[in-house]
Design a protein around this ligand. Structure first.
Ligand code: URP
Ligand code: ZN
Ligand code: ZN
Ligand code: ZN
Length: 483
């Protein structure tokens, strides 16, 4: 066997086990795991932990902001941060908005994505479930966009239950996954009105306006509607154990329902939004970070497997300047401040440190949560998410003992802040390979724009229905393959 590159003596961590061995790479693929004989080049990685490249199935990169062009972070700039932080694959979003067709937005997003530094795929956001949109879904799926994202809140994005059902039915026909932002739109609207009427406008009231109960209700409703249509779903950004419990109940009944959480719910809290002045805006995202003690509940749900994916939900706004949180001024009420926090580069180190280094999860669980499970859930497995013969040679070499204080510069994204500034982590990526090419070493990212490839996703098991319906009626519109 002609091995181009051998990584020798590392601790190889996969979701199903850890072993000390060599990895042989050729043609961008892993060709051997074990005792690799001769190789054209070798790198000694003893003392380091090798994990599969991170798979971040929820990040807003190169996503259109209606009326503003593209968001602050692209697959090029965010890709740089991703590689520095051990992530090699991202699933971003193709937006939908008035004034441009699904096809036009797809084409423009694909054009921009050609500069990506990491491998990428897309979820299609559906904010309008009209006939033209639903009619465009088969073509999108054929192009490899095999997942649909819906919002149950946000003024310009939320779907009614009826519209959501149409999207679920279309996904079932096409064999696509559906991911859902679960918060109750009218509940948040009513709370916001009440808070503003009482002069409670500061960033911390963002959290007050959208309490857990509104996330829990929408999560249960999303699950119920998905059950009605018999369509698999993933609940995005679960903020607390109470919400995860809804998912756990569905799973115990055999439903194909999965839950994702994000580092912001594990290490930030609503207290962060109560910092002086406009500072609190840095931590505003939706759902809102809960109380500090809620993190323990989420780790418990991660331990049980109820939540099996940790993504970043990287949604980047600068604090000032273009695409900024202060676009309506630093005195703006909380409902006028854009939601989202950056995190594509900090995700893996934070989960490694808070999870593995602090003894909350094993190395295997770390790989499952950050690479293997997201790859399986979104049809990127077996090429992504494992260090195994035949898989893409996307590999991260970690120094498990390295102590690092997170700064914005270290993360190398384009946004002007990180909510994790000053946080100490133990464990840091030393080297990252993307399909066999060393693209990051000691923080220096060497990938060129265009290094990343589009990942067209084909049919896969997790996205198929169970064939269990609510009663004897089998609506023809949900039959796989129906127009
Ligand atoms: O606040 C957030 N999460 N912003 C990004 C968009 C979304 O809801 O995922
Ligand atoms: Zn969301
Ligand atoms: Zn998001
Ligand atoms: Zn505005």
């Amino acid at each position: 066997m002609d091995v181009e590159l051998a990584l020798r003596g590392g601790v190889i961590a996969n979701a199903d086990g850890v072993l000390t061995a060599d990895v042989g790479i050729a043609g961008g693929k892993i060709v051997a795991v074990g005792d690799v004989g001769d190789a054209r080049r070798s790198i000694d990685v003893s003392g380091l932990v090798l994990t599969p490249g991170g798979v971040d199935t929820h990040c807003h990169l190169d996503q259109v902001e209606p009326g503003m062009g593209y968001g602050a972070e692209s697959l090029e700039t965010g890709g740089r941060s991703a590689l520095a932080g051990g992530t090699t694959t991202a699933v971003s979003f193709i937006a939908q908005f008035e004034g441009a067709s699904i096809e036009e937005i797809f084409a423009e997003t694909m054009r921009r994505a050609q500069r990506s530094l990491i491998d990428y795929s897309f979820h299609q956001i559906i904010t309008n479930a009209d006939d033209a949109t639903i009619g465009a879904i088969p073509d999108l799926v054929q192009k490899g966009v095999r997942s649909l994202k819906v919002f149950l809140t946000y003024d310009d994005a939320h779907l009614s239950d009826r519209e959501f059902l149409r999207v679920l039915a279309a996904a079932r026909r096409e064999g696509a996954m559906v991911c859902v932002h679960c918060e109750n739109y009218d509940g948040i609207g009513w709370m916001t009105e009440q808070l503003l009427a009482q002069g409670m406008t500061a960033p911390k009231y963002h959290a007050w306006s959208r309490p857990k109960v509104l996330e829990r209700e929408a999560t249960y409703r999303a699950i119920a509607l998905a059950e009605l249509v018999d369509q698999p779903i993933q609940v995005f950004h679960v903020s607390c154990a109470e919400v995860a419990e809804e998912i756990g109940r569905a799973q115990s009944r055999g439903l194909k329902v999965w839950g994702e959480t994000c580092p912001q719910y594990l290490v930030l809290s609503e207290d962060d939004m109560d910092r002086p002045g406009f500072e609190g805006a840095k931590y505003m995202c939706s759902p809102a970070p809960r109380r500090q003690e809620d993190a323990a509940g989420l780790w418990e749900m991660i331990g049980r497997g109820t939540i099996d994916v940790i993504s970043s939900d990287h949604s980047a706004f600068n604090m000032t300047g273009v695409f900024s949180k202060d676009r309506h001024g630093t005195d703006a009420s909380f409902d006028k401040i854009p939601n989202g926090v950056p995190g594509v580069g900090s995700r893996m180190p934070i989960v490694f440190s808070e999870g593995v280094s602090k003894g909350r999860i094993s190395l295997e669980q770390f790989v499952a949560l950050t690479a293997a499970n997201p790859a399986k859930l979104y049809g990127l497995w077996p090429a992504k998410g494992q260090i195994a013969v035949g898989a893409d040679a996307d590999i991260v070499a970690w120094d498990p003992d390295r102590r690092v204080t997170i700064t914005n510069d270290l993360l190398q994204h384009v946004v002007d802040y990180t909510p994790y500034e000053g946080m100490e982590v133990v464990g840091w990526p030393q080297m990252t390979w993307l399909r066999g090419a060393l693209v990051m070493r000691d923080g220096v990212v060497s990938a060129e724009p265009g290094a990343g490839q589009f990942l067209a996703r084909g049919p896969y098991e997790k996205a198929t229905p169970r064939n269990v319906l609510a009663n004897d009626f089998n609506p023809s519109c949900i039959a796989p393959g129906q127009p």
